[in-house]
Design a binder for this molecule. Structure first.
Ligand SMILES: [Zn+2]
Length: 119
């Protein structure tokens, strides 16, 4: 898949990471729900383009953010499913994210703006 099909620039700033079938499936596995739970989600709007993992080449995605939150134990699965389905209740401070495939940290920081999550 080309980089262009993976994301698109959003009017007003931000980059939508278009949710891939692979990410949908991975989210379902991580959160113990049917992947169809996320069918209506076109993608999440972030502050920057996806980052390629310097170790395994995976591109950063929603699955990595969910994976990281689960590793830290900061959110329940139910909370994260609700957040993904309905959108986050607040903007995120910029933070680092690790690759869910190999645990390598992506270079740079990521954040999102709540108002454009599903715009
Ligand atoms: Zn990786």
């Amino acid at each position: 898949m080309s980089a262009n099909a993976m994301e698109e620039t959003v009017y007003g700033g931000g980059v939508r990471w278009i949710l891939s079938a692979e990410e949908r499936e991975h989210l379902g596995e991580l959160l113990d729900v049917e992947e169809s739970t996320f069918d209506h989600i076109k993608g999440n709007v972030m502050n920057r383009s996806r980052i390629a993992c310097k170790k395994c080449g995976k591109h950063s995605g929603l699955d990595d953010m969910v994976y990281g939150a689960m590793e830290l134990g900061i959110h329940s699965k139910a909370f994260m499913v609700d957040t993904l389905v309905n959108g986050p209740s607040g903007a995120s401070p910029a933070h680092t994210v690790a690759c869910s495939r190999c645990d390598e940290q992506f270079e740079g920081v990521l954040s999102w703006d709540v108002t454009v999550w599903r715009a």
